[in-house]
Every structure is written in C-alpha cells, then in structure tokens.
Write a protein that binds this ligand. Structure first.
Ligand SMILES: O=P(O)(O)OC[C@H]1O[C@H](O)[C@H](O)[C@@H](O)[C@@H]1O
Length: 544
C-alpha cells in the first residue's frame, strides 16, 4: 500500500493488535459486528493492510525485479463478510502494484492449485494466492490462508506479514485509502478457476479407473456441503463421472450456516449426512467443511468414515500403493489405529502432534531424512498426500476413495461402498471415547501474571510426575505432545490446545467405567490447579 506522503494518518482507524490475528499458520478475526464480547477486528482497512503486507512479502520472496508484474488469486468461502473482504484484499494487492485475479466462491485447496496450474487462458500460474475463510467457525468470523507454489505459508511467514501489515496500517491516510479503490478497479480480473480445478479432479478419477468416461455410473452418492463452498462437488465432479447425486443437501452457499456447522468433526453434521445416505438408500455420502480442506464419508449402511476410521481407510488405500510407508497422524489417534496400520496393513504409524501443518511438515521432514511417507492426516479430516503436493485437500481425499470404488467396479466387483468398508476389517475401535476441554482462566491469580501456556505446561509436568508414582499406569514410551498414558485397558492424552487457553483431554477405554477410572486419575492430579476449570471432567466422572 502506498501512503500519500504528506497527509496525517487516518484519525478514526481503530488501534489493532495485528499479531493477535494470527492463528497458527492462518489469520482469523471477527469480521461481522453484533456478537456480544466479540469486537470487530478484521475490518476492511485491516484486511487491506494484510493483503498489502502479503504482496510486499511476496515481492521479496520472488525477488521481483520489476520485469514482470506478479499476480495474486483471491477466493472465498460462503461467509456473509466474504464480498467486502474480497474487495478490501483486492485493494491491498492492487495498491502494492500487483495484479489481482478474483475467483469468487472457491475452495482452499483450489487456491493453492492456482499457483501450480499452467494455463494462460486462466491467467495461471499465479505467484501467490489468498483464501478468505474461517473454516468451521461461527458466521461472524473470517480469516485468510496464503499460498505460493511451495505450499501454505508457515507461522513465521504469517508473523512477518502481520508485522508488515501493522506498519502499512499505521501509515494509512484518507487519500491513500481512496486512491487504492481506483487502482483496484483497474487491475482486478475475474476468472472461473473452479472449472479448471474440478476438471482436474474428474480427470484423476477417470484415469484411475482405466480411462473410463463415466466410472461412477450406477453409483448413488449424496453430498452435504453444509452451505459452505463444497457444493460444486455434486454437479462438477460426481455428475460428470456418471454418479447420481439426488438427495444431496445444503449445497447452496449460505454464510449463516442454517442447517449445521460444516465440520466433519461435528456430531450433528455427521448425523445429517448419515441420515441423507439412509433416506436416499445411497451407496456413499460425502461431507465437507466450509472451505473444503477437510472431509469425511459415510458408507451405505450409515457407518461413518471420519476421525480414526477415515485415517484407517486412507492408510489402507495409500499402503496398497506404497507398501511399508509411514503414515503421519495427529496425537489424538487411537491405539487400535496404530495396531491396524502396523499389524494389518504393514505400514508404520508415526503418531505426531495435533495441527494439520504439523503433520504435513513432519511427513515432509521424514522424507527428507530418508523415511518414506506418502500420507499425513489428522482426525479433524485434514489429509495430505505426497502425490498431491502435500496439500490438505478434502476433495482430493474423496477422489482417492472414489478411485477405489470406481476401480473395484471396473474390475467386476459389485457392492458399492462395501469395498471401502472391507478395507477397515480388523480395525479395533474403542467402546468408549470422549474429548473434554478444560479451560484455563487467564485472569486467575494462580497464573501469577504468567501466560496460560506456562500454566498449562506446569499442569502437564505435575500430571507426568503424578503418573510416575502409579504402577497401574504407563506413560507412552514415544510421545510428541502433552502427557499420554495407558491404563485400565485404555488411554488418555492431556495436552495444550494449539490456539486456545484450553487443555483438551481425550480418553478412550473399553467401557465407560474404565474411562471414568482414567478420568479420576486426571482429576485427582489436577485438583490443586485452581485456575483450571475442570467442570467438564467433573461432570463426566460424576454422571457415570
Ligand atoms: O488444539 P485444538 O484446540 O484441539 O485444535 C487443533 C486444531 O485446530 C485447527 O482446527 C486446525 O485446523 C487443526 O489442524 C487442529 O487439529
């Protein structure tokens, strides 16, 4: 953003702590006013400054020498603040002297793809890409994800962009903001890139089925997009491949998300797609989160392929193609999954940390030190394959599943999604599992002015020592996050949330009683930490 040199900074711009907008490797904030206790912090000027910060970062990264204008693609999900942020972002990019290519409603993975697609007609490849999304968060939030052809930006890059944005914002002047509007109008182009992206997905399934034009003919597959950006999958991917998609639901974008949260981790959302499969007697159900970087499926009997089961299914598919390969997952995966990957599928399970970027980066690191890995996947439904640029793409995960049923059919097998269910044979599932989230009260005197992270670390250290004195419990010998303990036939993991002042507690056990025994251990260990709100755990052990 160019500031007009002599005029004073715009007087009525709110003070903004830009670094507070960072959420791991994303930017997230409140973009719609009106929710009590959630003041607006992702305003149009803030977004314009962030886009200008990204443009400046990109110019430096690409060592731009002025011989060619760089371009950035901009897409968004179905949120009600999408349009105004798209305009603001476009102004920030254009003001910095780069070209803007708007895609309109798009998926996060498609935005990355636009940095690697070679197609002049669609102004591709672009040098950088911005997706406007806050994934499954409530309607008043929004945020940004950034890409180059090297993948999604990491935490350090995001911090750098926010620091640049803060400087740019502080120099904004009324004249500068007005002139950027004119520049944006001149350098914005619109392209229907989702057509390119979806036709690539269609081609991938056709190829895997042996170049059959309609490899899904005869399959009935219902899609639930939760009114996010994933509705395209029915008409632009499944139907060209020959599938019937009647009974698909919530395909129309609606940023108030009136039906359910678009989130495959959400019980109501999974219930909705399961019901749609059963009501329509469909072969398969597919559900996406708002921006389509996460997904899950449901078989014809209503069995959910999400969380551990989705990982098991994807591991089975990937290990058929790459025998012995290492599967990197997040930390809250079950012990049964490890046994399944290692004993049944002959692979190696590397149970790492929570966070999609963490698992992806770990898989890339393993490959770089000579340990072959082709799949990085989280229980949240984020999954990335080496063959797909290590991009977490919910639609591509579903393509791998479609390939499986299409190629089974091409080789004469009938039975729809049974081929998928069959791949899960032998996966031991816990009879009982629960996630309880214990909040740290940040203003409590027990924090003694320290950060919630320090406090959480102290809680974990104390729990670790407490466990050492109990012979019935064993700490996991290899563990990368929090305190993971086996006992009473099950396990628990207490760890710090990636983003929030929260200690999530996962428990899996052969029965509710055993889970309560494990819960009681944690409860007893944590009782002296008065800033920790253990009411969720108290309720759980007392109700049982
Ligand atoms: O640590 P938590 O609060 O459970 O959140 C962890 C989750 O945060 C976000 O949703 C990320 O997209 C996920 O990749 C991650 O697993």
């Amino acid at each position: 953003m160019e500031a007009a040199p002599s005029t004073a900074a715009v007087p009525n711009l709110d003070k903004v702590d830009f670094l507070k907008l960072q959420n791991g490797s994303d930017i997230r904030g409140v973009a719609v006013a009106g929710v009590e206790g959630e003041p607006l912090n992702l305003t149009e000027p803030v977004s314009e400054a962030i886009a200008a910060g990204f443009a400046a970062w990109l110019l430096e990264k690409k060592k731009a020498d002025g011989s060619r204008r760089l371009s950035i693609s901009v897409g968004h999900d179905s949120r009600i603040s999408a349009k105004k942020l798209e305009d603001a972002i476009s102004r920030g990019i254009a003001g910095a002297g780069l070209d803007v290519v708007q895609y309109g409603l798009a998926s996060t993975p498609a935005m990355f793809n636009s940095t690697v697609t070679e197609d002049d007609a669609f102004l591709c490849p672009v040098d950088g890409s911005i997706m406007i999304t806050a994934s499954h968060l409530p309607y008043n939030r929004n945020g940004f994800k950034f890409f180059t052809n090297a993948g999604g930006l990491g935490k350090a890059d995001i911090k750098n962009i926010l620091e640049r944005a803060a400087d740019i914002y502080n120099k904004f002047t009324a004249e500068g903001l007005t002139s950027s509007k004119g520049k944006a109008l001149a350098s914005v182009k619109r392209v229907d890139y989702m057509n390119v992206y979806t036709s690539d997905l269609v081609k991938a399934v056709r190829k895997a089925a042996g170049n059959i034009e309609k490899p899904l003919e005869g399959f009935h597959i219902v899609v639930d997009a939760g009114n996010g950006a994933g509705g395209f999958f029915a008409a632009k991917v499944l139907e060209p491949l020959g599938a019937v998609t009647s009974g698909s639901q919530f395909l129309e974008p609606d940023g108030m998300f009136p039906n359910h949260i678009p989130n495959p981790e959400d019980k109501t959302a999974m219930k909705a797609i399961t019901q749609a499969v059963l009501d329509n007697k469909a072969d398969l159900g597919i559900i996406f989160d708002t921006d389509v970087d996460r997904s899950a499926a449901v078989d014809s009997t209503g069995l959910e392929f999400n969380r551990n089961r989705l990982i098991a299914l994807m591991s089975a598919i990937v290990l058929e193609e790459h025998p012995g390969t290492t599967i990197v997952t997040d930390s809250v995966t079950s012990d049964g999954l490890t046994t399944f990957i290692e004993k049944k599928l002959g692979g190696k399970h590397h149970r790492f940390k929570r966070g999609y970027k963490n698992v992806i980066d770990e898989a890339i690191r393993l490959n770089s030190v000579g340990e072959e890995s082709h799949l990085a996947i989280e229980t949240s439904g984020h999954g990335a394959l080496k063959e797909n640029h290590w991009l977490d793409d919910g639609a591509y995960l579903m393509v791998k599943i479609l390939n499986k049923i299409a190629s089974a059919r091409a080789s004469g097998l009938t039975g729809g999604s049974k081929v998928l269910t069959g791949l899960l044979e032998g996966l031991q599932e816990p009879a009982f599992s629960v996630e309880l989230r214990l909040k740290i009260n940040q203003s409590h005197q027990d924090l003694k002015g320290g950060s919630f992270r320090d406090y959480g670390e102290a809680v974990l250290k104390h729990l670790e020592n407490y466990i050492d004195s109990n012979p019935k419990l064993q700490k996991a010998p290899v563990n990368y996050e929090g305190v993971r303990v086996s006992g009473y036939g099950g396990w628990f993991l207490l760890r710090l949330s990636l983003h929030d002042p929260v200690l999530p507690l996962n428990i899996e056990a052969p029965s509710n009683n055993d889970a309560v025994l494990l819960g009681n251990v944690v409860r007893a260990a944590l009782k002296e930490f008065s800033a920790l709100d253990t009411s969720a755990l108290d309720k759980f052990v007392q109700a049982s």
